[in-house]
Structures are given as structure tokens and as C-alpha cells.
Design a binder for this molecule. Structure first.
Ligand code: CAO
Length: 416
């Protein structure tokens, strides 16, 4: 069961294979459904935001006779809600990974796929890669990246806009739909990620939260990151502060494994998790999502950064799969990228602890000699499940995490 949250076509539109038909959202992931056929849209089986059911028809497409296929009505059914299945329509078993549409585009332009660098998952060649390759060959200037493009909100009724025609617009860009002020109350169903949030947060508030806050002097880390950023950039990775926060948390969890545990529903057993799957709260166009970096305990800071880059690009494209969104064991929420100092983070069950990071600010502080200096200060707010974690444990963990970040070289001693 899922809801259709964005549509790119209307009845009577012509579509080609792999054109986007609509975007659907379950409480775990959102997926773009593309056309399997060249043809004309004859019937839409659902209205926007209506609940659709797996295995039922979604849209009827009349197949285009001119493409050498006998005219007939065909039906694209609602797929089983597996993210993997619907993003993997490419031909496998070849040296290069690319969808048939991309292969056709390459063939039409006499481009050898082996000469194109793929920027998709597992080096898959995307349409943009072909267009970029072409642009380089011809010196043409491509339209701006669709990520930066502002697309007007879609109306909900029959007056849907025509399917995006130019190539760049074919990539769906999630845009939040503002509620237009009409002078009348408006009731909308709670769907998608919002629905998941209702479920998770209602469960979370059954947990007695213990809160603990502190301030961290990141002066050394800010400097270190400035030095390492260009090195990571050369290796194709954007290095933010998060990988350090995440690695320091994992080193702390090795000493305080109760914070990387879960409590069963009857509160009879605590399971200490072997993996440090550290969740990162992400603010996306579709709302809050919390993908996690798996097995941080065996990853370097660089590897965490690389994985975070991957999760962020998938997250902002609304393409995170179930695997990335489940199995978290501990969470960090960097609300400081937006603003604020202290907050009261809410634990994500079945996890037992979460940390929220405030904005890094330049503030006057005293050094060891009593002199005032410009310090880079960040506040941290922890919440822990007080049924199994006492305040002292939370405070000791926080002190250790803080010491790694205030003196980042000390992390070297414990890195494996
Ligand atoms: N204070 C000030 N600046 C910060 C910062 C902080 N706490 N954390 C990061 N920054 C800076 C970064 O260094 C980066 O600057 P540069 O471009 O100069 O390198 C810039 O802010 C943008 O960082 P980023 O967003 O690309 O990367 P990140 O790894 O720091 O953060 C993510 C990633 C996903 C945590 C963040 O984008 C995000 O979504 N934060 C919001 C989380 C949220 O909504 N929490 C609430 C959950 S409860 O509803």
C-alpha cells in the first residue's frame, strides 16, 4: 500500500519508455515509477494522494503502433513496494551498467558507453552522463542541473501540467507543496514520511527521556577539517564535521555499549548491538528521514564521509532504500546546520540514545593561561532511555565524545 504523491503525466499524454509517470511513497521510501512502454496514457486509476494497492492497475497505456508493436491496451500495475526492484530496470551482466533508454541515447549519438564515466550507483551510466559527455564533445552548454531548478508546485486536480519534456526535467525533483491560502480550512490525509513520523514519535514518547547537555570547543577540529577538506575533495568526497562526530560517537560506544543497545517491548531483555549503525537525521524536501551509516566501528573518517555523501545525495533525491533507512542503533541530529544551540532530541525506538548538535559559533572563551580567545563552540544535547541508562553513564559517554572532538589527535590512539 502506498500513496501517489507526484504525477508527471495526464490522460492523453504520450510517453516513451522510462519517462517518469509518478512518484509513490510508502512509510519507508519513495520511488519513481517509469513507463515500460512507448504509447498514450489512456486511464489513470488513482487520484493524487489516494492510497494505491500493490498489484492493482495504476495506469493504462495504449501502445504506440508506429513503434512496430501491435496496437493494444496495456496496463502498468502498481509494483510491490520494493525500492530496489524499481530502480533496477537496467540491463545487467554487461561491463557497463545503463538503462536501455540511456543505451539508445548513446547509440543515437554514436557514443561508446565504455568511454563514458558513470556517476550513478555502482558506476551506472546515467542520461546526464551521456549529455555531459556530448556537451564536452560539442562544447554545448547544458541546462542547469535539475537539483538547482525551481519547479512550480503541482496542482492536485485534472489540470496537471504536461509531462516534463526536456531531458533535465525528466529527473523528478521533490518540491514541498505549499498550502495555498483560500480562506477555508483544508484537511489533508497524513501520508508518507509524515505518517512514519507519527508512528515513530508516538512510540518514542512512551520512553522516559533523560536529557544531558554540554558545550564542546571545536577550535582544533575546525582547523583540522580545513586542512583535510581539500585532501578529501581530491578523492571526490565532501568532508563535513559529521564524519568526526559520528566516528567519535562510535569510539565512545565501544566504551559504553549500553548506549548502542535496544530494550525489548516487555522490558525484560537488553540487546547490545554488535554494529554501530549510526543514524543521521536528514532534513529533506519530503521531510525528516534518518538513514544510517552501517558498521561505523570498522570505518575510517574518510569512509564515513564517503558513505554520508552517498546517503545525502540519495536522500535529497528521495531515493533512499529500505536498507539505508532501517537497522540504526544510535542517532545523531545535526540541527546546527539550520541553527539553534540546545534542543530536546527524541529517541528513535528501538534505539536508546540520540544526540543533537547545535550551531558552531565563534564565542569568547578562556585558554589555559586565562587569556580570552576566539573559540569555536558547539552545544550538544543528549537524550537517553532512562529505563536502562542512568545519567552518569550518559555524562561519561558525553565527556569521552567531547574529549575526542576537542583534541581530535587523541582519536588516533583508538582508531583501528
Ligand atoms: N554548525 C554550523 N555549521 C555547520 C554545522 C554546525 N553544527 N554542521 C555543519 N556545518 C556546516 C558544514 O561544515 C558545511 O559547511 P561547508 O560547506 O563550509 O563545508 C555546511 O554547514 C553544510 O553542511 P552539510 O549539510 O552539507 O553537511 P553535514 O554533514 O554537516 O550535515 C546533514 C548533513 C544531513 C546532517 C544536514 O544537512 C541536515 O539535514 N541537518 C538537519 C538535521 C535535522 O533536521 N535535524 C532535526 C531532526 S528532528 O526533526
Amino acid at each position: 500500500m502506498f500513496s501517489e504523491c507526484r504525477r508527471y503525466i495526464k490522460e492523453g499524454d504520450s510517453v516513451s519508455q522510462f519517462d517518469s509517470i509518478c512518484e509513490v511513497q510508502s512509510d519507508k521510501a519513495s520511488v519513481t515509477i517509469t513507463s515500460r512502454y512507448d504509447g498514450i496514457i489512456r486511464k489513470l486509476h488513482y487520484n493524487l494522494d489516494e492510497i494505491a494497492y500493490v498489484g492493482k492497475p495504476l495506469v493504462d497505456i495504449e501502445i504506440d503502433a508506429s513503434k512496430g508493436v501491435a496496437p493494444e491496451e496495456d496496463v502498468v500495475e502498481t509494483p510491490p513496494m520494493s525500492h530496489e526492484e524499481h530502480t533496477h530496470q537496467e540491463i545487467k551482466g554487461h561491463k557497463t551498467l545503463a538503462t536501455p533508454a540511456v543505451r539508445r541515447l548513446a547509440m543515437e549519438n554514436n557514443i561508446k558507453l565504455s568511454e563514458v564515466v558513470g556517476t550513478g550507483k555502482d558506476n551506472r551510466i546515467l542520461k546526464e552522463d551521456i549529455l555531459n559527455y556530448l556537451a564536452k564533445q560539442t562544447g554545448a552548454i547544458l541546462p542547469p542541473s535539475p537539483k538547482a531548478e525551481i519547479i512550480p508546485p503541482l496542482p492536485k486536480s485534472e489540470t496537471l501540467p504536461a509531462a516534463p519534456k526536456d531531458k533535465a526535467r525528466k529527473i523528478p525533483v521533490p518540491v514541498s507543496r505549499p498550502i495555498v491560502f483560500s480562506g477555508k480550512d483544508k484537511t489533508e490525509p497524513v501520508t508518507g514520511f509524515q505518517k512514519a513520523m507519527v508512528k515513530t514519535m508516538s512510540a518514542a514518547l512512551k520512553i522516559p527521556h533523560f536529557g544531558y547537555c554540554d558545550e564542546i570547543d571545536l577550535t582544533q577540529l575546525v582547523q583540522l577539517r580545513e586542512e583535510l577538506k581539500p585532501l578529501a575533495q581530491i578523492r571526490g568526497v565532501k568532508l563535513s564535521f559529521m564524519p568526526f562526530f559520528i566516528k567519535a560517537a562510535s569510539l565512545g560506544l565501544l566504551q559504553y555499549p549500553i548506549l548502542n543497545a535496544s530494550l525489548d517491548e516487555s522490558c525484560q531483555n537488553v540487546t547490545y548491538k554488535a554494529s554501530h549503525n549510526i543514524g543521521v537525521a536528514m532534513d529533506t524536501e519530503q521531510g525528516l528521514i534518518v538513514p544510517n551509516v552501517k558498521n561505523v566501528q570498522v570505518l575510517s573518517v574518510f569512509e564515513i564521509a564517503s558513505e554520508l555523501n552517498r546517503l545525502q545525495s540519495l536522500g535529497s533525491a528521495g531515493q533512499l532504500g529500505t536498507n539505508d533507512l532501517t537497522g540504526g542503533t544510535f542517532t545523531l541530529s545535526n540541527i546546527g546546520t539550520i541553527g539553534g544551540t540546545y534542543t530536546k532530541p527524541v529517541i528513535l525506538p528501538p534505539e536508546v540514545a540520540i544526540g543533537a548538535l547545535g550551531k558552531i559559533q565563534v564565542l569568547p572563551r578562556f585558554n589555559g593561561k586565562g587569556e580570552v580567545f576566539k573559540a569555536q563552540i558547539m552545544n550538544v544535547s543528549w537524550s537517553a532511555d532512562h529505563r536502562i541508562i542512568d545519567g552518569a553513564t550518559m555524562a561519561r559517554f558525553s565527556n569521552l565524545w567531547k574529549s575526542y572532538l576537542e583534541n581530535p589527535a587523541s582519536m588516533l590512539l583508538d582508531l583501528k
